[in-house]
Design a protein around this ligand. Structure first.
Ligand code: SF4
Length: 426
């Protein structure tokens, strides 16, 4: 990797720093901290960060009209802008497990947050950041060659080029990635989406993120070919990714050998365990059926991999009437048995974390919350630090602090870490 260098006093009194080194591991901090290697332009009105392909990844306004000096915009590889806010520092960490609240520009099950995308400063910067980059880099051809080569890549990555590139990602993944596992918060949702299957088993009535595919595993050759396409897609910036999301909605339902082989292929082809960010990770979703069909020997094998594995299971409810209301074709007994199995795996496999989702909503019967507490409190004899429980609001796009009342009560009583889950896409 080239050494960091900088060029000051570009046209318009700007500064360009290339190959800046951020942290080499993800850490949860209550102030803005950057991870990985990136390029930075500081213009009069904004700080612009670019990845190693020269593509914009972060923006923060410098003017008085910017909502907060410690807040910023992040562009995802799916080409969405996400606004990271402090949420006024009140309860964000307790609620989400993170210090910053991602405000999303599309309807989702969010439960907090304001309306940063309606502020003029945010709208203007999203619309016109490329003009700042163009103005700053107008004379860079005269500069040292490493810097001028970075500048050329930045100028080639216009908003139109970035939109087209996100279309290419959707072609590789076979469609939009409609939801990421909540555990991907540990890597700031920076995951390479590698599908090893399509569809899910249950097609629950309440679910807003499912697709129409029946569950279908992909074959090894397709997975290997997609790893190659993804490595090309991420290009020089591959080194800034230490995590893959094995999609899509129930990768755990694939055969054990396919899952293990896909992870090994991803580690090698996407260099998950040798990126510039330490500690490789794999995330996936599973279901009650897929969890229960695997033997312990499979989870032991996952635990021996040189990376951390997070598996998120959609349990939704341990209350039969609620499961019926959700049109989830499971019995409360099956959900309770799956929960117990998850606790066994969490205890036996240090590198594997099983986490679970449950729904929340004022319209749900009281029995739902009683059944939830019987699992996350009564069935455990001590508090655990592993095996997060995520609560997912049933209502989309109606943030309400009042809704958090139930959450805080459950969090206080739970013997497992308990957070709210905001559905994020790629
Ligand atoms: S909740 Fe999971 S299993 Fe049910 S329809 Fe949605 S993706 Fe499929």
């Amino acid at each position: 990797m080239p050494e960091p260098s900088s060029l000051e006093h570009l046209s318009g009194q700007c500064r360009l720093d290339v190959f800046k080194r951020g942290r080499d591991r993800y850490e949860k901090t209550s102030y803005p901290s950057r991870t990985g290697i990136y390029h930075e332009i500081i213009s009069k009105r904004a700080v612009l960060h670019f990845n190693l392909n020269g593509e914009i990844i972060r923006l923060a306004g410098r003017g008085k009209d910017w909502p907060h000096p410690q807040e910023w915009l992040k562009r995802t590889i799916g080409n969405d802008w996400i606004y990271y806010s402090t949420g006024g520092y009140t309860g964000v960490f307790e609620t989400t497990g993170e210090y910053y609240l991602p405000n999303l520009p599309y309807p989702t099950n969010n439960h907090m947050g304001g309306r940063p995308f309606e502020t003029t400063a945010v709208k203007t910067l999203i619309r016109s950041w490329f003009e700042d980059a163009r103005a700053a880099l107008a004379d860079v051809d005269d500069g040292p060659s490493q810097i001028s080569s970075v500048a050329r890549r930045i100028l080639a990555s216009s908003p139109e080029a970035l939109a087209a590139k996100s279309g290419l990602l959707r072609r590789i993944t076979g469609g939009p990635v409609s939801v990421l596992p909540p555990d991907t918060r540990h890597v700031d949702y920076q995951v390479i989406p590698l599908n090893i299957s399509r569809g899910c088993l249950y097609k629950c009535g309440f679910c807003r993120v499912k697709n129409s595919s029946r569950f279908t595993p992909l074959n090894r050759d397709t997975i290997e070919a997609n790893i190659g396409r993804l490595a090309d897609f991420f290009g020089d910036d591959l080194t800034n990714f230490n995590a893959a999301f094995l999609g899509d909605h129930d990768a755990l339902n694939c055969e054990p050998d396919l899952i293990l082989e896909a992870i090994q292929l991803a580690c090698a082809g996407l260099r998950l365990d040798s990126s510039s960010i330490r500690g490789g990770n794999v995330f996936m979703f599973g279901s009650v059926s897929s969890l229960m069909k695997h033997k312990q020997v499979f989870f032991d094998a996952l635990g021996r991999l040189p990376i951390s594995v997070y598996i998120n299971i959609g349990l939704e409810s341990a209350h039969q009437n609620t499961l019926d209301l959700l049109e989830k074709p499971l019995s409360a007994h099956e959900v309770a048995a799956a929960f117990e199995r998850m606790q066994q795996i969490n205890q036996a496999c240090p590198n594997v974390e099983m986490t679970a989702n449950f729904v929340t909503g004022q319209e749900l019967p009281d029995g739902h919350y009683e059944a939830l507490l019987s699992l996350v409190r009564n069935s455990l004899n001590s508090a655990k630090s592993k095996g997060c429980i995520y609560l997912s609001p049933l209502q989309f796009d109606s943030p309400s602090r009042a809704r958090l009342f139930d959450f805080y009560r459950l969090k206080r009583l739970s013997r497992l870490p308990l957070f709210m889950y905001t559905i994020q896409r790629l």
